[in-house]
Design a binder for this molecule. Structure first.
Ligand code: ADP
Ligand code: MG
Length: 593
């Protein structure tokens, strides 16, 4: 659209004599920039396409009339149907078995992990063709297939092997076994790509292991699983052509039968080629769609779907940059009194080493219910390890930690301590909330889902009630309008406030903060401290590792100074900050104040 006005046509002279006011750019004609190299490239591409099409359609040996005659012929379509069925079933069963193998592989049972490793080792080694032929001859090895209780002679049902191992069954089984070995490694790769912090956050919320895998790990793993998985599925779709050695008339075998009869080799191979192209195109579309689904939360804005891109192109409109209306953050964090009951924390003679390094050395500390404790100390002095021990994310070597008289991680019977099973540890974790330096929100879940997940799964709350409480919490941290946003769409300070709301949703007795503001830009620190400040009057016991001395002075009941795994000094903020007993404390304060 060229906007031409008098002004442009008559030139500068009339402009200087004209008294017409200039009203923005509407007066000027806009000439798009020229890109000669791009134009040359386009011409070259046209030439290549022209030559290719010319050769394909003028050389009679391609035999397009024969192609047209066979493309939709019934035997071809039946073969195509078999290929599609094998691909579909092979994908489903292969990836189901593959997921089980991958989970077994990362399991903590060495035997189970070893079994999975061996399976993968064997089935990745055997060429598919060999495997198919072995399965086809299974009747020679085992005359019958029996379902029963092993080693007891109790059998429920029995089949003749050659009867049930039809070529189709052998093909499906072979493709599945082969596919599962590769799929499991793809899935394991995805699992390994998920950030460790995600596991810790899920564990800190007390989510059961199965739920952690299904809800937190696998959906995030999908992003790196999908591209390779689709490579693999496409490989499978084409790999089904190998089952022709079982004389199973899938697409490729059918084509072979036909051209052996009519000797029109090339046209029939083209029939197969075009059908494989169609299959690949459909799979690529499906892949794009599924990838888009799992990109939610990983990208700030999703790429447009193919359909909307197409319709936009047809309509000839360009995406206009939508004006972002900055919603004013509700900074009046008016927090209704939280009727929380804090727990008291007893830490008694706790020591912990990582190899030769003693990270906690005979630490003893008592924190009253509802109190606020700030832990100070240089980097590496063991502050995080102490917090994580309170939550039993770390197991201590000596001593014990108790919350409201209940041992963390153990059950006491007389003089004996029984280590709790992970399931029970997770249940008790609910009493201790944790806020991490790096927030560790689940990026693939909305803000609301992040908060609702644990109350629903762990506390068994009805979803509506959990959502109502979550919205109240969000309002309390000043983020009522962000319930449906994904974490990556929020600023660091907002993410950390969501993380605090998430921890609060379980109504913990004790809330641990590990340097909650260290990852934030200075101007965002205030909004997070404001929320913690409000919490400090709520009755929950707070333990905060922070370098914000001013904040510590204001909210802390007790300040603890740690060095090299030991507590050097504890005291009220007044005492510790003004007249520290220990010279090392004074030295540290001089550095950070
Ligand atoms: P802080 O939080 O005070 O900076 P940490 O508790 O994180 O200190 O760490 C204390 C010491 O323990 C550091 O020297 C750290 O390198 C070491 N450490 C922490 N976790 C591990 C681990 N999982 N394996 C080995 N060393 C560790
Ligand atoms: Mg730390």
């Amino acid at each position: 659209m060229a906007v031409t006005t008098d002004f442009v046509e008559t030139g500068v002279a009339s402009a200087s004599s004209s008294s017409r006011p200039r009203t923005g750019f509407a007066q000027y004609r806009i000439v798009p920039a020229r890109y000669p190299a791009r134009t040359a490239g386009t011409l070259f591409a046209l030439l290549v396409i022209g030559v290719a099409l010319h050769s394909v359609f003028t050389n009679p040996r391609w035999g397009w009339d024969v192609f047209a005659q066979w493309f939709f012929a019934e035997p071809v379509l039946v073969g195509l149907g078999r290929t599609l069925l094998l691909t579909l079933l092979g994908t489903i069963s292969g990836f189901t078995l593959g997921t089980a193998l991958a989970l077994a592989r990362v399991s903590r049972s060495p035997l189970l992990s070893g079994l999975s490793w061996t399976y993968i080792w064997i089935f990745r080694s055997i060429p598919l063709v060999v495997l198919l032929l072995i399965l086809n001859n299974l009747g020679y090895l085992y005359e019958t297939v029996t379902i029963g209780v092993p080693f007891t002679g109790i059998n429920f049902i029995s089949w003749n092997t050659t009867q049930i191992m039809t070529p189709f069954a052998a093909a499906l089984l072979g493709l599945t076994l082969n596919q599962a070995a590769f799929a499991s490694e793809i899935i394991r790769g995805g699992i390994l790509s998920v950030d460790q912090g995600q596991l810790e956050a899920a564990a800190a919320l007390g989510l059961p292991r199965g739920r952690q895998a299904r809800r937190i790990i696998l959906p995030q793993a999908m992003r790196s699983i999908l591209p390779t998985a689709f490579n693999d599925i496409i490989g499978l779709a084409k790999g089904t052509s190998q089952v022709y050695i079982l004389a199973l008339p899938e697409l490729f075998y059918t084509i072979q039968i036909i051209y052996r009869r009519n000797l029109e080799v090339i046209p029939l191979l083209m029939v197969a080629t075009v059908w494989y192209l169609v299959i690949l195109t459909v799979l690529s579309l499906v892949q794009h769609h599924i990838e888009r689904h799992y990109a939610r939360g990983a990208l700030r804005t999703l790429p447009p779907s193919l359909l909307s891109r197409l319709s936009r192109r047809l309509a000839g409109t360009h995406q206009t940059r939508s004006a972002v209306v900055a919603t004013q953050v509700d900074r009046s964090v008016s927090i209704a009194p939280l009727h929380a009951h804090g727990g008291d924390v007893t830490i008694q003679g706790v020591s912990k080493s990582f190899g030769p390094l003693k990270v906690l050395d005979d630490v003893s500390l008592t924190l009253a219910a509802g109190s606020v404790t700030v832990i100070l100390g240089q980097s590496g002095s063991g502050k995080s390890t102490l917090l994580r021990s309170i939550n039993h994310l770390e197991r201590v070597d000596e001593g014990f930690i108790a919350i409201d008289g209940q041992l963390v991680g153990y059950r006491q019977e007389g003089e004996t301590l029984y280590e709790l099973k992970e399931k029970d540890i997770l249940k008790r974790r609910v009493e201790v909330g944790m806020v991490f330096q790096n927030f560790n929100l689940f990026p693939h879940l909305t803000v609301l889902d992040n908060i609702v997940e644990a109350p629903v799964t762990v506390r068994g709350l009805a979803r509506e009630q959990a959502e109502r409480e979550a919205r109240e919490l969000l309002a309390r941290v000043g983020l009522a309008d962000k319930a449906d946003a994904y974490p990556r769409q929020l600023s660091g300070g907002q993410q950390q406030r969501v993380a605090i709301a998430r921890a609060l949703a379980l109504k913990p007795k004790v809330l641990l903060f590990d340097e909650p503001t260290s990852a934030l830009d200075p101007e965002l620190v205030g909004e997070v401290l404001e929320v913690i400040r409000e919490l400090s009057r709520s009755g929950t016991t707070l333990v905060i590792v922070t370098h914000e001395i001013g904040f510590a002075r204001e909210v802390a009941d007790l300040v603890v100074f740690m060095e090299q795994g030991r507590i050097l000094e504890t005291g009220t903020p007044d005492k510790l900050f003004n007249t520290p007993d220990h010279p090392r404390t004074a030295e540290f304060l001089a550095k950070v104040l």
